[in-house]
Design a protein around this ligand. Structure first.
Ligand code: ADP
Ligand code: MG
Ligand code: MG
Length: 916
């Protein structure tokens, strides 16, 4: 076996930041903070056992590789020498922490045990060396018992207690009882005698519940801790977190063992968590919280309200508490200096953990901090401006889903004005959300499965809640600060979240929220403004938010300057077109003529369309089409105008006609009357349109082949709309697209109509030419194969990947829901091919089509207009196969601009990226 243990001491470390795979994120960064010449920060010495040991442990049924024991013992001796203390030494004992750390941070998912090495033998020595501070020593001891019995004796041993009867909860209750008896508000109010008694009670409880003595041997404690961290890799919550975050199971975790320093030695000691920049909005300001006389997770767990480290970190909840800057100005300045160095060194926002032991500062962790979309964009743009990162790095710093978050709905500000808040808390995750309140993670999962929108309300969240947090629209907690578990997780997901709404009493037992004056019950609607931290009763309307965010606009401009792919939008109305222009669309990739008939205020055009559809003779049909003509022309003209100067791909009528036939009697009657036929006759005609497999029936180009006049009218509307716009001094650019084509002859048939109408319109408007293209949608596998022929007529291809996937797989998109879950579960499919282009089969069809098409016509324009055009991974594919543009819904346009730029950067060989 290779080296299993990597030491980090004072100014020197075996590992470094690049060794995350081997040392885990925590171990690698501890080594970096110690060993890098620009940092050399005060970190307590320790060592990291590699992730390879974890993998070995799982391959060999819980056995360690040969030599590990000796390597660990040797490393412990090195800590002893640096600290001048002895592990297990009754005179001056060394205590250590055993910490977990995977390659990527999994906040709170795995286990850490503090104060290892404290036994009845070493307690007196520690008391002596802490200047007789019994209170501190027994506080440390009771924490050890709590953590160790939970993590090592229960969880790692595979014991699965019923809800609420876990050892941790039971010990919590023992402590709460004592606090109540003694009239203590906070754990720091317990005296040393009381803590001493508590430890005795704890040990008895452990024996009673787990049937084993609490181990009183330092070595047993250490190896118990190490084993428990490895075991925690396969703990339930860690596994479900990995599923959500798609972290592979075989990565394994590292274990870091580190000399303890104590933030709980009194009021000159403290522990804290901070960010080098504000993770909520991206501002370049040091932001954080601390707690005096506390240890470990106290800050995060929301046991006491943490205090702000500086003025900037003050909020409504902690503004009365004294800042670290005021309390310990020298230490604060030192900390400030370290965080600046870390921010510059890592060239990214760092999330740091520190502890102050009797006026001396120690750094315990740093990692690249999670952030929401707003913060991600701002930090990236500003760090580029500060010359910390390159343009490419800046673009790679923001994920498409973070950008998506920025485009998410917020509460309609007008509606919000008139409402009185139910409560206020900290804005931990931006955006707005409405939902029905639930109180347990389990219920959040269950209710959302039933299609309900829920908001998970908890006193505070813990790692067991992650699945429920995921399922919920938003998360609300009564306790905890901006660095609490709920805030951390929500930030990572970009989920709307409010924490620390202290005026609320959230009672999971009674399933209600009590505001003091009001009671909100399970199932009641509430609305959260996660950007401001305000909770409202009821359901408020939402609006879309792409406000004038200057950083975002600048960021997207950078993306535009890098990307090769064009980005267009799918829009069916002038309004959508205008909106998409604002989002940066460079044209329309799909305008569906039939959509102008759906959902309009006036029913007129739809009614005429129906008349056309049930027409029996060409005459009847031409009459109806003539009536319809002005409507079609108007919408097309408006859209061409909104996209002035940019191309607009207009697809001729695509769906089976039967779809438009009304179903209700009254409408049928009216239609019959207008056509001057009997209701019976009308019904007969409607029945004639019925097809047994309409998706593959008389639709798309087939309609145009049968009813030439249907194509003719649409083409004329397009050409005349363009001609009129030219007269008005505009630059329309229509691209006429024929759908559902499988053979070039279908296309030639339609081209003949086009040529005739085009000449007629030119003559009518006395023009020489109208800029245009004539092309086709590629959505039938056969068309891909015969693309060389198709390109003889088509000047452009647009891949309709929805239908291409549907017909390529033979999967009906509307019915895939019934079997897709089984396919995913069994690994037959990795993912839904309607969401991301299948890169094994459908991709080949596309490649063949492009290759053959361009062989015939070198400058063939190629784009995609299926749903996939807004999917980042599909966009990367489109870039790689040399398409000219992608097209997606208006709201996804910014995401496509980013994804296209990232695709270019990733695939241009220029892989210079920041450290993430
Ligand atoms: P997590 O992965 O959940 O963040 P950590 O390993 O960082 O867990 O441990 C949690 C907390 O325990 C740390 O934030 C720190 O406050 C405390 N801690 C860990 N190791 C030590 C140590 N050697 N000395 C003092 N406190 C420690
Ligand atoms: Mg930590
Ligand atoms: Mg189609």
């Amino acid at each position: 076996m290779k080296k299993t243990v990597y030491f980090f001491g004072v100014g020197k470390a075996d590992g470094n930041e690049k060794m995350k795979e081997l040392l885990g994120g925590k171990g690698a960064n501890l080594a970096e903070m110690v060993g890098h010449k620009d940092l050399r920060l005060p970190v307590p010495p320790g060592f990291t056992i590699t992730t390879e040991v974890c993998t070995y442990y799982y391959k060999n049924k819980g056995k360690y590789p040969a030599g590990l024991k000796e390597a660990v013992e040797k490393a412990v001796r090195r800590i002893e020498i640096l600290m001048g203390k002895g592990f297990g030494d009754p005179q001056d004992p060394l205590l250590v922490s055993v910490r977990s750390g995977a390659r990527r941070s999994m906040p709170g998912m795995m286990e850490t045990v503090l104060n290892i090495g404290l036994t009845t033998k070493t307690i007196p020595g520690l008391i002596k060396h802490s200047g007789g501070n019994e209170r501190f020593v027994y506080d440390a001891y009771r924490r050890l018992i709590m953590m160790y019995s939970d993590v090592v004796m229960e969880k790692a041993a595979g014991i699965e207690p019923a809800e609420d009867s876990g050892i941790r909860k039971q010990l919590d209750r023992v402590m709460d009882n004592m606090k109540r008896e003694k009239g203590c508000k906070s754990d720091t109010d317990l005296t040393s005698d009381e803590l001493k008694k508590l430890c005795v009670m704890f040990k008895a409880k452990v024996k009673e519940v787990l049937g084993r003595e609490f181990p009183d041997n330092h070595k047993e404690q250490l190896w118990g801790g190490i084993g428990a961290v490895f075991a925690s890799w396969n703990g339930k919550r860690a596994v479900s977190y990995r599923r959500i975050e798609s972290i592979p199971d075989d990565w394994g975790t590292a274990v870091s063992v580190q000399a303890m320093v104590f933030g709980n030695m009194g009021n000159d000691s403290a522990t804290g968590v901070a960010f080098t920049r504000n993770p909520g909005n991206g501002e370049n300001n040091f932001y954080g919280e601390y707690l005096a006389n506390a240890q470990g997770e106290d800050v995060v767990a929301g046991i006491r309200t943490p205090a702000p480290i500086n003025e900037y970190s003050k909020s409504e909840h902690n503004r009365t508490l004294v800042t670290l800057e005021k309390l310990m100005p020298k230490i604060y300045r030192e900390l400030f200096d370290y965080q600046k160095r870390l921010d510059r060194h890592y060239r990214d926002m760092q999330d740091i953990e520190f502890t102050i032991e009797r006026g001396k500062l120690y750094m315990l962790q740093c990692r690249t901090g999670k952030r929401n979309g707003t913060a991600a964009v701002r930090m990236a743009v500003e760090m580029h401006r500060e010359k910390l990162i390159t343009q490419e790095e800046m673009i790679m710093r923001v994920t498409p889903s973070q950008l998506d978050e920025l485009l998410h709905p917020v509460i309609d500000p007008k509606a919000e004005l008139s409402r009185k808040p139910l409560a206020k808390g900290l804005p931990a995750g931006p955006g707005g959300a409405s939902g029905q309140v639930v109180f347990r993670a389990k219920d959040a999962v269950e209710w959302s499965r039933q299609g309900k929108k829920v908001i998970l309300a908890r006193e505070e969240t813990n790692p067991e809640d992650v699945e429920g947090m995921r399922a919920a629209e938003a998360i609300l907690t009564a306790r905890g600060g901006m660095t609490s578990h709920a805030a951390l997780v929500a930030r990572g997901w970009g989920k709307c979240c409010i924490v620390g709404a202290g005026s609320l009493h959230i009672d999971a037992g009674k399933k209600e929220i009590n505001t003091g004056s009001k009671v909100i019950k399970e199932g009641d609607w509430i609305t959260l403004n996660g950007t401001k931290g305000v909770v409202y009763e009821g359901r408020l309307p939402m609006t879309e938010a792409l406000e004038a965010n200057k950083n975002l606009i600048e960021f997207l401009r950078y993306c535009d300057s890098v990307r090769k792919l064009g980005v267009r939008t799918n829009a069916d109305t002038p309004e959508d077109a205008a909106k998409a222009r604002q989002f940066g669309a460079e044209g329309i990739g799909l305008f569906r003529t039939e959509h102008m008939f759906y959902g309009k205020g006036s029913e007129e055009p739809l009614f005429i369309l129906r008349k056309m559809i049930v027409s029996k003779t060409e005459d009847e049909r031409r009459k109806a089409l003539k009536e319809l003509f002005p409507y079609i022309k108007k919408d097309i003209k408006g859209t061409l105008a909104a996209m002035d100067g940019f191309p607009v791909v207009i697809r001729l009528l695509d769906p089976p006609l039967h779809e438009f036939v009304p179903r209700d009697e009254a409408k049928l009657m009216q239609l019959a009357k207008d056509l001057n036929i009997s209701l019976g006759e009308l019904k007969n005609r409607a029945d004639d349109l019925h097809e047994s497999n309409p998706m593959m029936g008389h639709r798309g180009v087939r309609l145009g082949v049968t009813y030439q006049e249907v194509s003719e009218v649409q083409i004329r509307a397009i050409c005349e709309a363009a001609a009129e716009l030219i007269r008005e001094g505009k630059k329309p650019y229509p691209e006429i697209m024929i759908p559902v084509v499988s053979d070039v002859k279908e296309l030639s048939d339609q081209q003949a109509i086009f040529k005739k109408v085009y000449e007629e319109v030119l003559a009518k408007y006395k023009m020489k030419s109208i800029r245009h293209m004539f092309g086709t949608m590629i959505e039938i596998p056969r068309a891909c194969i015969v693309s060389d022929k198709v390109a003889e007529v088509a000047e452009f291809f647009s891949f309709g990947t929805n239908d291409l996937t549907q017909m390529g797989f033979g999967f009906s998109r509307d019915d895939i829901g019934s079997f897709l879950p089984d396919y995913i579960r069994k690994g037959i499919l990795k993912e839904d091919p309607f969401q991301t282009i299948d890169q094994e089969g459908i991709s080949e069809l596309i490649k063949i089509s492009i290759e053959r098409g361009r062989k015939t016509r070198k400058n063939l324009e190629i784009g995609i207009c299926g749903e996939h055009g807004g999917d980042p991974r599909s966009i990367e594919f489109c870039h790689n196969v040399g398409m000219d543009y992608v097209s997606c819904s208006p709201f996804r346009v910014p995401i496509a601009r980013l994804a296209a730029a990232q695709a270019k950067i990733k695939n241009s060989g220029n892989k210079k990226q920041g450290n993430v």
